[in-house]
Every structure is written in structure tokens, then in C-alpha cells.
Design a protein around this ligand. Structure first.
Ligand code: PMP
Length: 374
């Protein structure tokens, strides 16, 4: 049997990793500035994380959500403290798309309405519900209209208000920083207005922090730079450092109705043990602060080059937009300098490094890029 051929693959076989380093089957070492697409938060095979997963596997690996799982309670407690959303509730699932689907569903249940406002260049996942609010022509199918969706321009509050005036809006979904769409961020002022408008018109404000959350920008969630609170926050990627895990934080205004949300694997013992370890490590090693410090170092020291059009992002969520396609630059970074990076569109290199990278790592990346584009 062949694999369904939907991924473009680099000819590299990683077999080992430690913190921000990855080794392939030929023994070549790489610096990971991609983090498996913003998933590696505390670092590959962090010893505390590995120990937590191994210990849990020896006790109990799986049961179902029909019994009490104290690890879910512990995670909720720690996540409330770490995120500042202590009065919210946690629902656990398995991925970013699933988190967004659950958020959209809750918004409709809560308001009895079915329109969602999303933003151009957004990305919220590839399941049919999540893709419906994703503005990416490559992945949108014509048969996914569980919600009516209106797309607005990012930072255009007047356009949002006009749609809200229609009276049929269940919620507004917005990324903390647009990842796949090229690191465009809502301004603090726009988020503050959005928060006010949502309250005024009774719409649910859903912050998709699947990529921008979990300390990546220096705050626990990117929208916290704007000093606002969302009604629902969706999470996944960095939550369990590579073990599949997702979840949503839900404002106390939402009623929990038995059977309304559910999943077989969400909140499983192994994901919980890993996710608790991630929060403990983040706190102990001040990884959000480190992400901000190293990210700002990168932005301040990137080479001045006519080839670079703009640099966007906060902390370790950085997009370097070039005036030309970057495929060759990215290939050279990988095969000559041995640095993994990400991409957005054709002209942007995207950096989503593990939160534990150092300024020395950053300098190596900067020197390598300088050398390639000189
Ligand atoms: N939301 C955002 C902002 C994302 O970046 C992604 C993944 N790139 C998703 C949702 C979907 O997450 P998953 O692939 O885990 O379903």
C-alpha cells in the first residue's frame, strides 16, 4: 500500500532529536527553527517530558471519558493559572481543527445563530467545519457549509460591525497572529474594538491560538498583548510538545450540557501527562520570556537586504517576507546550513522554533541567512 500523496516531502529522515536539535539517519545534525510546525514547545525529548510520559505509560495508558481522570483536573488547574483564565472551563480534544469545530459549535448553541465572521487569509484547519471558516482556496471544498461564513479584512472594524448588524452572527473567529496566512496580526486596537462589538451584538469572540498560543509570542496567548479576554480560546500544537492534544477554554457564561461536546481520545492519560509536564517545564524554564527575548533578538539582527520586503510577527512566531520566492533560500538553509524553517505562501520564511532556542542559535540562523542572500 502507498501513502496518500498529499504532502511535499524533503528527502530527510529524522531519527533522533533533543531540545532544538534533530539528527537524520545519516547522523547529520540540524537546528530546528520550525518545531514541526510550531508544535515543539519545550524542546524535543525534554527529559522531564519523556519521564512524565514513560511513567504514565507504566500506570494506565487509556480509559474513556466515562470515568474520573484526575490528570484532566490537574491540567485544567495549571492551565488556568498559566494562562490567567482561571475562571474559564477546559474542554479537551485532539487537534487544532477539532478545537475550532467545538468552538464554532458552542457559539451556535450559545447564541442560537449560525453565521460566523472570519478573516481573509485565515487558517483554522482542514476538517469540513474548520475549513469552512478558512480562507484558503487550495483547501476549501464546496460541501462544507455547516455555518454561513462572511469573510472580512483583518483590522477592518467597520466591515465587522456591518455584518454584526445583520443580527444573525453566532461568533467571530480570529487568529492571535495569522500563521499560515503570512504572519499578519490584528492590531491591539482592532482586538479591543472587536471585543466590544462582540459584547454589544451578543456574538461569541473565538480566539484561535492554535499556533500563536502557549507562550510562543511571549504572553501565554498572543491576544493578551492587546489586554482583552476572549469568550473561547482554541489550542493545540504546543500543548503537548508533539503528542496529539487540543483543547478549548470556555468562558463561565457558557452552559455545559451533558453530551453536547465529546470525543474518545480527548484528554487521554498520556496526552494529559505530557501536557502537565509541558506547563511545568514552561514555568520552570521561563520559556515564554525566552521566546520573546530570542524572537526580538532575531528581528533586531536580521540582515538588511534589498531582498527582504518585511519582517512580521512577535516572539518566536516570525515571518520574513522576501521580494522573491524563497524556495531556494529555504533549501540552502536546510541542506547547506542544516536549519529547518517553515514557509508561508511563496515568498515568506516562517520561523516557529521550539521555545528553548538560544541567542546563539538565533545568531547561527542570522549568519546563515546572511551568507545565503549576500
Ligand atoms: N488553527 C491554526 C491557527 C493553525 O495554524 C492550524 C494548523 N496549522 C490549525 C488551526 C489546525 O490545526 P490541526 O492541524 O491540529 O488540525
Amino acid at each position: 500500500m502507498n501513502l496518500f500523496d498529499v504532502y511535499s516531502l524533503f528527502d530527510i529522515v529524522p531519527v533522533k532529536a533533543h531540545l532544538q536539535h534533530v539528527w537524520d539517519d545519516k547522523g547529520q545534525e540540524y537546528l530546528d527553527f520550525y518545531g514541526g510546525h510550531a508544535v515543539i514547545s519545550v524542546g524535543h525529548t525534554h527529559p522531564d517530558y519523556v519521564a512524565a510520559l514513560k511513567a504514565q505509560l507504566d500506570k494506565i495508558g487509556f480509559y474513556s471519558n466515562s470515568v474520573i481522570n484526575p490528570l484532566q483536573v490537574e491540567l485544567a488547574h495549571k492551565l488556568g493559572k498559566a494562562s490567567g483564565y482561571e475562571d474559564y472551563s477546559l474542554f479537551l480534544d485532539n487537534s487544532g481543527a477539532e478545537s475550532n469545530e467545538n468552538a464554532l459549535k458552542l457559539a451556535s448553541f450559545h447564541t442560537g445563530k449560525d453565521r460566523i465572521i472570519a478573516f481573509h487569509h485565515s487558517f483554522h484547519g482542514r476538517t469540513s467545519g474548520a475549513v469552512a471558516v478558512t480562507d484558503n482556496p487550495k483547501i476549501v471544498s464546496p460541501f462544507n457549509a455547516n455555518h454561513k461564513v462572511t469573510f472580512c479584512d483583518l483590522n477592518d472594524a467597520a466591515a465587522v460591525e456591518q455584518v454584526l448588524q445583520g443580527g444573525d452572527v453566532a461568533g467571530v473567529i480570529i487568529e492571535g497572529i495569522q500563521g499560515v496566512g503570512g504572519m499578519h496580526a490584528p492590531t491591539a486596537g482592532f482586538l479591543q474594538t472587536l471585543s466590544k462589538l462582540c459584547k454589544q451584538y451578543g456574538a461569541v469572540l473565538i480566539l484561535d491560538e492554535v499556533q500563536s498560543g502557549y507562550g510562543r509570542t511571549g504572553k501565554f496567548f498572543a491576544h493578551q498583548w492587546a489586554g482583552i479576554k476572549a469568550d473561547i480560546i482554541t489550542m493545540a500544537k504546543g500543548m503537548c510538545n508533539g503528542f496529539p492534544c487540543g483543547g478549548i477554554l470556555i468562558s463561565p457564561e457558557f452552559e455545559a450540557v451533558k453530551g453536547r461536546l465529546g470525543t474518545t481520545f480527548g484528554g487521554n492519560y498520556l496526552a494529559m501527562a505530557g501536557a502537565i509536564a509541558v506547563l511545568d517545564i514552561m514555568e520552570k524554564e521561563h520559556l515564554a520570556d525566552n521566546a520573546h527575548k530570542v524572537g526580538e533578538y532575531i528581528k533586531a539582527h536580521l540582515p538588511q537586504s534589498p531582498k527582504i520586503k518585511e519582517v512580521r510577527g512577535t516572539g518566536l512566531m516570525i515571518g520574513i517576507e522576501f521580494n522573491e520566492p524563497i524556495a531556494e533560500i529555504r533549501r540552502k538553509l536546510l541542506f547547506e546550513k542544516h536549519i529547518f524553517t517553515g514557509v508561508a505562501g511563496t515568498n515568506m520564511i516562517r520561523l516557529l522554533a521550539p521555545l528553548c532556542v538560544t541567542e546563539e542559535d538565533a545568531q547561527y540562523f542570522i549568519d546563515s541567512l546572511k551568507d545565503i542572500i549576500k
